[in-house]
Ligand binder design. Structure first.
Ligand code: NDP
Ligand code: 2IT
Length: 449
């Protein structure tokens, strides 16, 4: 039998040596590789073919200058990136993030996660991530447009409907995808609708893509709870974030009869003991592009608290981190467990630190890991690509039905592999093993590339 522990250790040590500053990338890779050790034991061909070494090295990393002019006429320079990590099972696919914290470490971790998330969907998409340290907060529409046009003026030569298909992520929604698509179309002189997903539904976007990540998260969480005989009805749910993922997770949770009592942005969180009024949140975030603290102006029974981590001290049955990475650390995990949390579903990418995940799992909390639980967004992006290829638009019900089926399938596969290889409730291991096996086998089939 192969010594898989030693193999994994060697590959992790090599990453640390080559890129000592890439801590988040290392954390993600560590979790994935450690959980596939039982598979590596059974399949010496993975080590013989250096599959791990190949998997942790992106196929291509693009970094570029993004010059643009602000409304005062001043020149601004941002950094743009695209990390094309793995194209074994399809064209590169993954979102673009515009946030001041964006750097190569974060994009490599997100791209790595994306490869395995995309494999879980069962659809033919490889993995990538990109973005910029541009901060859309407080920028005018015209500034966002000029930035997007400049960003695409370099990115366009690296993407295409059969090459790499970006979409949204933090700071990139329908407005940004529109400006990016317009510039791509102009540069190529070709209506390659499938080059970006998350388009508006009046020009080749998929119905239900906007809702897909949040709805998909709730389909997954519901499956996880149903398996234990726990009904979401009247359960208290704590959500972080008030963006795309959070909004539609709240909508679906409420439709199941759950009581969602919080949401947040990067300044602080709102606690509403009567349950969050989602129309008000949509009005503040989507229409006015305002701050979540405005909620209490019209809801006097609600409280606003400065700072993000306090949200995890609110007593709840289900916690849904839907804002950003590393928002639940060990201390927050302890607070949630002390308050009796039953399940955690990760809407954001890597919102829980490795220590927090260990704490949840060792205290009997059902844990839905990001790459499985939030895969509904990218799955529906792949459905958007399919619709674009056939030049047809499916109904909301048809897309939502397929999304639901995909999420249930992801849950079942992760659960089956958890039962086969790890602790029967360890969906982290189950999801990693399911996805890894698929990507690794296709890489073997393609030979040394
Ligand atoms: P949005 O930009 O729509 O919303 C992000 C939300 O999180 C906002 O409320 C934002 O607050 C808050 N937030 C962002 N950064 C931070 C931070 N550093 N600290 C605290 N709060 C923060 O993004 P999405 O909803 O699309 O993405 C949220 C998460 O879900 C990300 O981890 C993303 O990678 C992941 N995800 C997204 C998918 C999608 O389809 N969009 C699919 C799968 C995962 P503020 O307004 O103050 O910035
Ligand atoms: O993290 C993610 O899965 C996304 N931001 C969605 C990517 C996509 O291509 O739809």
């Amino acid at each position: 039998m192969a010594d898989s522990k030693a193999y994994v250790k060697r590959v992790l040590a090599q990453i640390e040596k080559r890129d000592p500053d890439q801590k988040q990338f290392l954390a993600t890779v560590t979790k994935v590789l450690e959980s596939v050790e039982p598979l590596l034991d059974q399949h010496p061909e993975y080590e013989q073919n250096k599959i791990l070494e190949r998997m942790v090295e992106p196929e291509r990393v693009i970094e570029f200058r993004v010059p643009w002019t602000d409304d005062k006429g001043e020149i601004q320079i941002n950094r743009g990136y695209r990390v094309q990590l793995n194209s074994a099972i399809g064209p590169y696919k993954g979102g673009l993030r515009f946030h001041p914290s964006v750097n190569l470490d974060i994009l490599k971790f997100l791209a790595f996660e994306q490869v395995y998330k995309n494999a879980l969907t069962g659809l033919p998409i490889g993995g990538a991530k990109g973005g910029s340290d541009f901060d859309p907060h407080g920028k005018s529409d015209a500034e966002v447009m000029r930035f997007c046009q400049s960003f695409m003026t370099e990115l366009f030569r690296h993407i295409g409907p059969n090459v790499d298909v970006p979409a949204g992520d933090i700071g990139v929604g329908g407005r940004e995808v529109g400006y990016l698509f317009g510039q791509y179309k102009r540069l190529r002189n070709s209506y390659d609708a499938g080059v970006l997903t998350g388009k508006r539904v009046d020009y080749w976007g998929s119905l239900a893509r906007t809702e897909a990540t949040g709805y998909g998260l709730m389909y997954f969480v519901k499956d996880m709870l149903d398996a234990k005989g726990i009904d979401l009805k009247d359960k208290v749910v704590v959500v972080s974030g008030a963006g795309n993922v959070a909004t539609y997770a709240i909508e679906k949770a409420q439709s199941y009869g759950a009581k969602v009592v919080t949401c947040s942005d990067s300044n602080g969180y709102v606690y509403d003991p009567n349950g969050i009024d989602l129309d008000c949140v949509k009005e503040i975030k989507q229409v006015k592009r305002g701050r979540i603290k405005e909620y209490v102006e019209t809801h006097p029974q609600a409280e606003y608290h400065e700072g993000c981590t306090g949200v995890w001290t609110v007593k709840c049955d289900v916690a849904l981190p839907c804002a950003t990475q590393r928002e639940i650390d060990l201390e927050s995990a302890k607070a949630l467990v002390a308050n009796g949390v039953k399940a955690v579903g990760e809407g954001a990418n890597m919102p829980s630190t490795l220590e927090a995940i260990d704490y949840f799992q060792s205290h009997g909390v059902l844990f839905g890991p990001a790459k499985a639980a939030n895969a509904g967004g990218v799955a529906t992006s792949a459905l958007e690509m399919a619709q674009n290829s056939e030049r047809l638009q499916w109904t909301f019900e048809e897309v939502d039905g397929k999304l639901h089926g995909i999420m249930t399938n992801i849950y079942k596969q992760a659960k089956a592999n958890a039962e086969k290889y790890a602790d029967p409730d360890d969906l982290v291991a189950g999801a990693n093993i399911t996805a890894f096996q698929k990507v690794a086998n296709v890489m073997l089939a393609h030979g040394l590339v």
